[in-house]
Design a protein around this ligand. Structure first.
Ligand code: S3P
Length: 472
């Protein structure tokens, strides 16, 4: 049988960017908004919900468990919370490409009174599940991964759970969230300890949905300047039901990252991204680009529903190399393909370390980035936990794979905007998992449709709290 034709994307060099844009709703927050609404005590309307395939997988899974969800218009979902009392699903729960769906759902399915099985596409079927299996088993759940090396499918025989104290062995917001969600249904207190700060959307949403929890930061050293974060402890008592509330999802900074890199690396470019999430556990991309020389102004305009959001104003320049490692990694983990493209366009050698998690994302992102950058003529040294990228030479257009990974496809579409000739990326349907309107925005960027010199860009940034970041 002939394999089905997969979409390809062709990209050519673009003029400098002078535009403003918005990006779709945040993926991590959209998942959590549906899950928290579904276990709440009533009706919740979620707006600016990301209509990407991953978040649809979460909504579909909830429907399969008996939660009523309506979508009256694109981007709006109305969820009838059922206090976490789910119905046994008919058939397997297909999580598609979404690791977040499977891992967070594992936390919600573990305390149920029925057996369930979660499956995924070939990429998800290769992603490690031991990281959620171990803590949930410790809480009393019976989970089993049927794939090799504890990979999906994941079968869960639900039952009563006990609270535990769990120190995260990997900095993972998905694992933290799975344990905390299970903790809501467990007897006693559940505590999760993280020694590296990971994205905190679950905690912020708990606060917004009026779940009581304690969060404590423990620091090493007494001097406020030199002190180092030792750990963060989050504890909650079981038996709590979220209070139903409406929720608006801000734009996804991880989607904005592609355009931030495209603008930052082009001297003379100017880009405004509006209504984008500016949660400090996610804005590491801005710090990295500032260290590389980009001029960026970030204005937090609202903190409605617990998540800061606002505008990022960025001016392009010849970038220079930087280092990305250590505690910064979880904050930029999804942006590393885009950062690698920035590195290829920057003068000098950029080093990325402590990022071995990239090996177990939608694809092995270290190998994928290295392969594609080399195809474009860039010198890349691969390490088990990262890479060194020597940039500054002109990029050559090339034909390359997305490896079925949305962020690889989008990062190399951006690289194509800077390359000579044509860049062809194969198998780009995966982009729909997180950024359904990416291709439209790419067209706009390629056409160079702009805000024009007369647009009062700066005055449009009034009213919020401005944080100018300095070069490190
Ligand atoms: C996510 C957490 C991160 C991130 C993923 C989304 C989340 O994964 O890479 O895209 O929504 O919690 P890990 O928790 O595995 O680091």
């Amino acid at each position: 049988m002939k394999a089905a034709a997969k979409n390809i994307l062709k990209v050519r060099r673009a003029p400098r960017i002078e535009t403003e844009l918005i990006v779709p709703g945040d993926k991590s927050i959209s998942h959590r908004a549906v899950l928290l609404s579904a276990i709440s005590n009533g009706r919740c309307t979620i707006t600016n919900f990301l209509e990407g395939e991953d978040c649809r997988s979460t909504a579909r899974a909830m429907r399969q468990l008996g939660v009523e969800i309506e979508t009256p218009e694109p981007g709006t979902v109305i969820v009838e919370g059922n206090r976490g009392i789910f119905r046994a699903p008919e058939g397997d729960i297909d999580c598609g490409n979404s690791g977040t769906t499977m891992r967070l759902m594992a936390g919600l399915l573990s305390p149920q009174k029925f057996r369930s099985k979660m499956t995924g596409d070939p990429s998800l079927s290769n992603r490690p599940m031991r990281r959620v299996i171990e803590p949930l088993q410790e809480m009393g759940a019976r989970l089993q991964a049927e794939g090799e090396k504890q990979c999906p499918p994941l079968t869960i025989v639900g039952g009563p759970l006990e609270g535990i104290t769990y120190r995260l062995p990997v900095a993972s917001a998905q694992v933290k969230s799975a344990v905390l969600l299970a903790g809501l249904f467990a007897k006693g207190t559940t505590t999760v300890i993280e020694s590296v700060r990971s994205r905190d959307h679950t905690e912020r949403m708990f606060e917004y949905f009026l779940i009581k929890f304690r969060r404590e930061e423990i620091w090493e050293g007494t001097c406020p300047v030199g002190r180092k974060l030792k750990e963060i402890r989050i504890s909650l008592d079981g038996g709590q039901i979220p209070e139903s509330r409406d929720f608006r999802v801000p734009g996804d900074i991880s989607s904005a990252a592609f355009w931030l890199v495209a603008a930052a690396a082009q001297p003379g470019s100017r880009l405004l991204v509006k209504d984008v999430g500016l949660n400090p556990t996610r804005t590491g991309i801005i710090d990295v680009l500032i260290r590389m020389g980009a001029r960026i102004r970030e204005v937090v305009e609202t903190s409605a529903h617990g998540e800061p959001a606002g505008t990022v104003d960025i001016k392009g320049i010849q970038l220079h190399a930087t280092e990305v490692r250590g505690a910064e990694i979880p904050n930029v983990i999804d942006e590393i393909p885009a950062i690698a493209v920035a590195a290829a366009l920057a003068e000098g050698t950029t080093v990325i370390r402590d990022a071995k998690e990239l090996r177990v994302k939608e694809t092995d992102r270290i190998a994928a980035v290295a392969t594609n950058l080399r195809a474009m003529g860039v010198e890349v040294e691969e390490f088990p936990d990262g890479m060194a990228i020597t940039g500054g030479k002109p990029l050559k257009g090339a034909r390359m794979q997305s490896f079925g990974d949305h962020r690889i496809a989008m990062a190399f579409a951006v690289a194509g905007l800077f390359a000579s000739g044509e860049t062809v990326i194969e198998d780009t349907d995966c982009v729909l998992t997180s950024y359904p309107t990416f291709f439209e925005t790419l067209k706009k960027i390629q056409k160079g449709t702009g805000i024009g010199r007369r647009t009062p860009v700066i005055s449009s940034l009034g009213g919020g709290k401005t944080r100018r970041r300095k070069k490190a």
